[in-house]
Design a protein around this ligand. Structure first.
Ligand SMILES: [Zn+2]
Length: 316
């Protein structure tokens, strides 16, 4: 019925609206108005629900909802539009709350008794120190515009101020920095671990550089620097079927190169002689022979040797 209309959309066809098209348009319009094309929405018919399967022709949105909801036990309830009051932006804006800051600075250094300085020492020193402002701002509130000197501290303001209203004294005044670093350095744990450990307890500007300085000049820390991390051996999972995963490698025997393919499931070996130098073309050709015999595997595992990573191989 719609063919005259569709034909207008074809390539290399000029758009000509004739009697045929007009007729098709009118016919389609009449059909759409009749009940065999349009049905009234029936509330009782299930579309989406905890026990209903989603029809394959359902809208993508419905399918996504169904997929997300399938993780839960749920009931669907019909709410009429009038009583379905969604929260809008304005109803979610926070109302102003007066924040009351405690008068007393409550240092909450985690495990501060393990550090060579006490919380009181730090508090006292901070008041005397040039970064006294940090102490005061942390106690009250950080202003948006602070001097360049305090900028690095302002960036850490969230970390310095703890949720509960108590204050985390991670800042260590210059006077105690050496002592703190020496204490954390005791175990000679190397650069990376020392950095993360230090950062979890204390903070000051240039902390990372100071840690690097300590580790760089320590022979014990340097000795563990190049120790490679322990590697967990990763066994290949046994495949479900023959010729799904192949392992390919080269072997040399009596000055001749062989390409060896082993099927992980059956352990069936395929060995092809390649000549003195195994080239990529030869490798591809040999693999083609195997694949044409037994089919194409799902995975081919190699050691990334030059023959396997060559463009020719990747393209084949
Ligand atoms: Zn060390």
């Amino acid at each position: 019925m719609l063919q005259p209309l569709y034909s207008l959309l074809q390539k290399n066809t000029s758009w000509e609206w004739g009697a045929k098209q007009a007729k098709a348009f009118q016919q389609a319009k009449q059909k759409l108005l009749k009940s065999d094309f349009l049905t009234h929405y029936d509330l009782k018919k299930p579309i989406l629900g905890p026990k209903e399967g989603v029809p394959t022709l359902a809208a993508a949105q419905i399918q996504r909802w169904s997929l997300i909801l399938s993780a839960y036990q749920y009931n669907l309830e019909y709410t009429s539009g009038v009583s379905n009051k969604e929260a809008d932006l304005l109803s979610r804006l926070p109302i102003p709350v007066k924040v009351v800051y405690p008068n007393e600075l409550n240092y909450a250094i985690d495990r501060c008794e393990q550090l060579p300085v006490t919380a009181q020492d730090i508090a006292k020193e901070l008041q005397r120190d040039s970064i006294r402002q940090v102490y005061e701002y942390t106690l009250r509130v950080w202003k948006p515009n602070v001097s360049t000197q305090l900028l690095p501290y302002a960036r850490q303001a969230d970390e310095l101020t703890m949720k509960t209203g108590a204050y985390c004294g991670k800042i260590i005044p210059p006077k105690f920095r050496d002592a703190v670093l020496q204490e954390i350095h005791e175990g000679h744990i190397g650069l990376c671990r020392m950095k993360s450990l230090t950062r979890s307890f204390v903070w000051w500007t240039r902390l990372d550089q100071d840690v690097e300085e300590v580790v760089k000049t320590c022979a014990a820390c340097q000795s563990i620097r190049n120790k490679p991390a322990d590697v967990m051996s990763h066994p290949w999972i046994y495949p479900d079927a023959p010729w799904t995963r192949l392992h390919v490698d080269f072997a040399e025997f009596k000055e001749k190169q062989y390409r060896v393919v082993i099927d992980a499931f059956t352990k069936w070996p395929e060995v092809h002689e390649l000549g003195i130098h195994a080239t990529t073309t030869q490798t591809v050709e040999a693999l083609r022979r195997s694949f044409s015999c037994h089919g194409i595997p799902q995975r081919l595992v190699s050691d990334n040797g030059p023959q396997f990573v060559a463009r020719e191989f990747q393209d084949s």
